[in-house]
Write a protein that binds this ligand. Sequence first.
Ligand SMILES: [Zn+2]
Ligand SMILES: [Zn+2]
Length: 314
Amino acid sequence: MQVYESVDRIELKLPFQDTPILNVYVISDGSSATVIDTGMGDGTSNMLLLRGIEKLGLRKKDVSIIINTHEHIEHFSGNHDLVEATGARIVAHSIAKEYIEKPSTQVASEDILRTLPDGAAEQLRRWSAIFKTVKPSTVAETVEDGDVLEPIGGMKLRVIHTPGHARGHVCLYDENRKVLFSGDQVLGSGTPYVGKFPDGSNGDMDDYLTSLERLKKLDLKLILPGHGPTVTEPYKRIDETIERKIKREQAIIRSLEKDHAKDLFTLTKEVYGGAPEEVFFYSSCVLAYLSRLKKQGKVEYSINGFNMEYRLKK
Ligand SMILES: [Zn+2]
Ligand SMILES: [Zn+2]
């Protein structure tokens, strides 16, 4: 489906409740193409991606560049087979490269699993098993903030490093047409997951909100997100996203004020509710906020796996 001049979207199904579809974008002038993100990498997904590309009238060998917006599994796992089919070269941020080339580094360690309740540990083990099946791929070219890519003649995409949702996340900005490929930084509906793992990896709320403020300074007409529909009111969507994140932060502060000594799981349950087996997921969100509050000097905490001691600073 064409989303704007020279850009088509291919939708790939995902096994996630909150984000059931990945938007793959294909930028093409009819004879050469750049693909943004590649899906889960399973047989069906890879087949639908190739079929989608062919339906656009492109041959496999026309695909010369694959850009990964970030290091989350549903955005790069199709790299290996797409490279094999097309010979394209992969472009990603230097931080994302580490994970794309070694997906198994995202597998949770047994030390972390030991600090989780049983149901949650099982859930995380299932996740880790998926990571182990992802075929590594080689990033041929790394990009940094401010670099400019030319996917096809006449189109320039400026790389904007937007850490927060993932450390190696980039948005791609077409300044001439005021269009932003936002990856998971801004979604078509809902707000993205921002979670920090106990070892400090993955996301960071302070970075995430700073990155959003940076995007607000761009001249934008349209946002093409990694999940959800095209965003036609970019500033409204960004403001809604900031608002929702700040609201949640305030709920965390209220919960901390109410009771001084609380473990992370209790705090998580108070703020998010959610099924017990999802506690890893939501606790990582709480940690992303706590890290921001710590940076602001509002809270002090020490953490050992998911065991945590904290206190509010007066
Ligand atoms: Zn993501
Ligand atoms: Zn995503």
